[in-house]
Structure formats: C-alpha cells, structure tokens
Design a protein around this ligand. Sequence first.
Ligand code: ADP
Ligand code: MG
Length: 699
Amino acid sequence: MINFQISIAYLKGVGPARAQLLGKELGIFTYADLANFFPHRYIDRTKFYQIKELQNNSAEVQLVGKITSMRSVKQKKGSRLVASFMDASGSMELVWFRGAKWIREHMKLNVPYVIFGKVNYYNGNYTMPHPEMELLSDYKKGFKAAMQPVYRSTELLSIKGVSNRVMQKLMQNLFQECKGKFAETLSEKLMVSNGLIPKNKAMFNIHFPQNQELLSQAEYRLKFEELFFIQLQLIVKNLTNKKKNKGFVFEKVGDYFLEFYNKFLPFDLTGAQKKVLKEIRRDLNTGAQMNRLLQGDVGSGKTIVAVLSMLIAADNDYQSALIAPTEILASQHFNAVRELLQDMEIGVRLLTGSSSKAQRKVIHEELENGTLHIIIGTHAIFEDKVKFANLGLAIIDEQHRFGVAQRAKMWMKNELPPHILVMTATPIPRTLAMSVYGDLDISVIDELPPGRKSIRTLHKYDSNRLSVFRFIKEEVARGRQIYIVYPLIQESEQLDYKDLMDGYESISRAFPLPDYRISIVHGKMKSADKEYEMQRFVEGQTQIMVATTVIEVGVNVPNASVMIIESAERFGLSQLHQLRGRVGRGADQSYCILLSSVKLTKEAKTRLQTMVETNDGFKIAEVDLKLRGPGDLMGTQQSGVLNLRIADIVHDSKVLYKARKAARDIAGSEMGHLDPDHRVVWSTYEQIVRDGSIWMNIS
Ligand code: ADP
Ligand code: MG
C-alpha cells in the first residue's frame, strides 16, 4: 500500500513547479489531498452525437470525426484558426482564437478524434470554439470516464496550462500508481445497513464515474462517511463530557415545584413545554452536568420552563441564577418571575449594574448564606465578589450575547459546575444545530401557546408611506404603541445615522406633540440614556419608538402592536423575524409592515416574501440557511465543523440524519464499541482526532 502523505511532486506529470502551483492554488500538497479533491460537477459524455443531430442550445456534447483541413481567417485583431470537421452525417467547423500555432503542429488530419464542447450555430453552420480533443485511440485506452468530472480551477492554473484535462490525467496517474487502493473506513455492518458501497469503489466512481447510478452511489457513500465521522466526534464528546463532568443530582420534585404547579400555574403547559421539562428533569438527576440548549421561537413560553426548573433546584436545596443580556431584560424577567411566584415562600432578587451598594450587600449575604434561592440579573452576577452557597442551576437567556468564557467562569465558584440551560429565541435549523451544537443536548419548544393571534405581515413600497402613517395614527388612537426600526449596518454607519435622524424628524413632523410622544434609541446613545428611553416606552409614556436594531433582543411590551421596518430589504431574515417578534405579545391583532424601495434583488424579494408568508421561525431559518449558507449563518468560529468537502447540510439533510443515527448507535452502545466489525470505525476515529480531518487519512 502506498503512502498517501507523500508530496504530490512525486506523482507522474507533476514535478516541483506544478506541485507548488497545486499547493498554492488548490491546497493540494499530498497524494491524499489530490485523491480527496473531488469534482464539483460532471458532464455526461455517455452519448456520442452526430453532426446532423446537433441542436442550437447550450449543452456540451461530444462527437467522433476527422479534421479534413485547417485554415487561418483574418479578423479585426489577428486571426483565428478554423478547421473543417466531418463525420458520416455531415460537417461543421472547429474554431480557435488563440494557440493556433500549437494546434497546427499537434492536430492530425484525417484521424478520428473525440471532440467535446459547446456548439454555436452561425450563418447556417455549426461551430465549436476551443473544443476539448483527444485521439479516439487514446480515448479508448484511458479510463473510460463516461461522465466527465470537472474540477475547480483558478485563473493562474489555466494560464499555466493545468486544465481540467490535465487534472483528470493527474488523477488517472494517481489511481494507476496506487492501484485504486484506499483503506476502508466504515464497517461492513454500517455499509450493509445504510446501503453504502465500499471506499475503493466510491473513490473510483467519484473521479471516474461509469454511469449516473454509480456516481450517485459514490457521492452518497462519501457524504455519509464525511457526516458520520463528524457526528461520531460530536456524540463521543457529548458522552465523554457526561461521564467526566459530574453534576449535582436533583433527586426529587418537591414542595416548591408541586405547590406552584398545582396552585399557581396560570395556564396549562403546552405539549412542547411538557416535553422539554421532562428532558430537563431527566438531565438533572443523572449525576452528570446538564448542558442543554433550549430553542423556542419568540413567545413560545421559555420563561415558565425556566421557572419550573429553578423550583426543582430549590426543592433540592440548590440556588439558581437566571441571566439576561441587558438590564431591561433582566428586570422584565425579574418582574415576570416575581409575579408568578408572589404567593410562594421563596426568595427572588434582581442584581444588575444599577443595583445600589446597599442592595448588593444584602444580595451578596443572602447568596453566600444560602437563604436566597433565585437570583435574576445581568452579567453583574459574574462579579467576583458574588459567592454562592450552592449554585446548582444557571439559566442563560439569549446565548448569542454571552461568551463561553463567561459561562465557564460561573462554575469556578463551586466544587461542581452548576447545570447549564441556555435559552435562545433564534431558531437554528435542525441540520445546522446537529452539526454545530451536536455535542450539546438540544430541546425545542416547537409549539406556541394556544389562542395566539398570528402577526399579519405586509410588504409595502416606500411610496405608500402616507397610508402607513395613517394606519399608525389609527392604532395610536386605539391606545396601541408602535415601533419604527431603521437599519444600521456597520459599513454604512454614517449614512444610516443620517437616515435614522431624517426619519425621526419626518416622523416628529407627522406625529406632532402634544398628541404624540416619541422615543428614540440608537447605538450612539449612552447606555443609561437608552435604558431611560426604553423604560419610557415600556411604561407607555411614549407611543412611538424610533430605533435602530438595538431593540432586537427580548423586550416585552404587550401593548405594542405594530412593527414598521424601514428599508426592510437591507435586513437579514433572522433579524426581520426577531424584530417582528417584538409585537404580537398582547391580546390584540398585531402587524408587521415591511417598507422597501421598488428595486429589489432576487434574494431580498425572497426574504420579504418569506416574512409575509410565514411566522414560523424554523421555516424562516431554513430559508435563511438556503440563502446564506451555513458559514454565514453561524459566523466564522464554527466554520471548522461546517467546512465540508462533499456533503452539504442544506441539501443532504437526509444523509445527515442517517449518519447521526448510525453514529449514535455505535457510540452509545456497548456492542458499538466491542463488535470487532466496528474496529475499523474506531481506528479511523482515532486517526481523525489526531489529524483533524477524515480527508487526511486514507492510507
Ligand atoms: P419566550 O419564549 O419568548 O421567552 P415567554 O416565556 O415570555 O416567551 O412567554 C410568552 C407569553 O406567553 C407570556 O405572556 C407567557 O405568560 C405566555 N405563555 C407561556 N406559556 C403559555 C401557555 N402554555 N399557555 C398560555 N400562555 C402561555
Ligand atoms: Mg424570553
């Protein structure tokens, strides 16, 4: 068996100069890199056409025939080379605008060639510019790749003559040298139960597909393999963490929980809330630390799940912390929780940056001596002076605003880390969550409380602004409050501020004092001023809130029923959805109005259309994933997990689910570890952990 880690320079047809070029342009340094450089598309050359069958369309076709003559034709600049090409059915022309000298020297007359390319129809003649050509005799000798692979290339590679043809040739040399032997990475059982072809056959057919069906099988096998080993790593990590990260055992559901549940729960829990609560309760008494991500669209009722979880902690004599990203959100949580628990004998306090010294002193004492059960606040809770008697559960709202470091800091204060529940209202498509957070446990509240009126979303062009203003006046007359949001995008910050201020002015003119009072909040304001303006709106002192996207996260103003989004075409889908989630929290019909210019890109149209069509955050997230791709959606830090070579989590979700299931079956069962058949899976796993990628280790 050959060593796939040797330099590509040693491969026949490469040499030092080309090796350097391949490394620089395509990241191909070794035999392994080349073998795993998969084509990005294929041209079907399973059929030979006759000249008389040619059509005037854009397909690439192949023919067999002979060049009968060549001539130079003068044109404005230089000349072009024209060859007459014939088969039994007729004749056509081949044309070269460059490289005439080389063609004249190398092309043989009256010898059969296989030619391939796009055909143009011109002056009653078919012509093929710059055809790919191969002697029929050579064609017959080579690997018969009926489906033509096309490899990604670069300008420099083309200039230096490393054409697709050359790439194919190099691939042939590689396969000849290694006799097409690639080490199997999957067990027989896995291949049988998932309908996978062996590695060797897959590698051959991905580069030299014999027909459409074998190509599909090869792609499927390699995609499965890629996704399987990523999932295996995530699942093993999850299981190891559970073994390693011991956690407090919350054995019982006691008086706090039961009293609240039976006497004070203001509504029946939805099925989804019950399911999630069960998952959390199970986590809390396994003896392992809980690390759970709770996803639930805006308004799906995550707060009550948090409260019930904190009561279980209290039942087991542990303290809980609920942490929000801003002071406003922390105090909203505090008010909501205090109201829910008002008739219960349980301590709840709020700690934020604005808490007074005296308040802090009391809170610190109560946390340290264990009399305070529930603390709600901002990251002020992480301050070093805060010591918990026994912090058992930390709930973090809106994970996007919190660094992992901050999370880690919390459990430094304990002998054991607290259980962690991260709540997020940003729906992540299931396939993406699996790939990025596959090592966490994930719960999803996928059902809204009953009787919720869905928000009506309308898309209007700027020219309809006056009618929108009339509508605002009607709603304000009915006692409702309105948000008007402007985009703020870093690259055009100055312009955006100008838009915001111009907008504010024109809104102030359209909605004058004393009938209308307007708040404005934007990122350039001091945070105390922002909080003050927000508070005025929360308390209903102002009816209109003009803002940049700072209001994005979590504020709850049930009386606000209209969300106007200016230049909506400039917002991303998830942002639009988050913004819309600010309304629809009260009993009234709520509206979201998307204002845009008439000129829209195709993508912008899709975004606005999606918003108008659905309120379902997960559906919206799926569209977003399709439009932007996984890297953009998750930011760069996760690109490692998502840097897939052949699979694609948007299009290959079915393969992903299968691969995850297979990985879970093997990692989670004793047989999965002991069965000698699976040994190859685990040795591959070890290599991947060592080398960082499945595509390094094929020998
Ligand atoms: P979010 O998931 O956005 O944090 P909240 O927890 O703030 O949602 O809940 C939104 C609203 O729905 C609150 O007013 C809450 O009281 C109400 N709610 C939550 N669960 C239910 C339920 N099962 N039945 C009825 N109303 C509910
Ligand atoms: Mg919430």
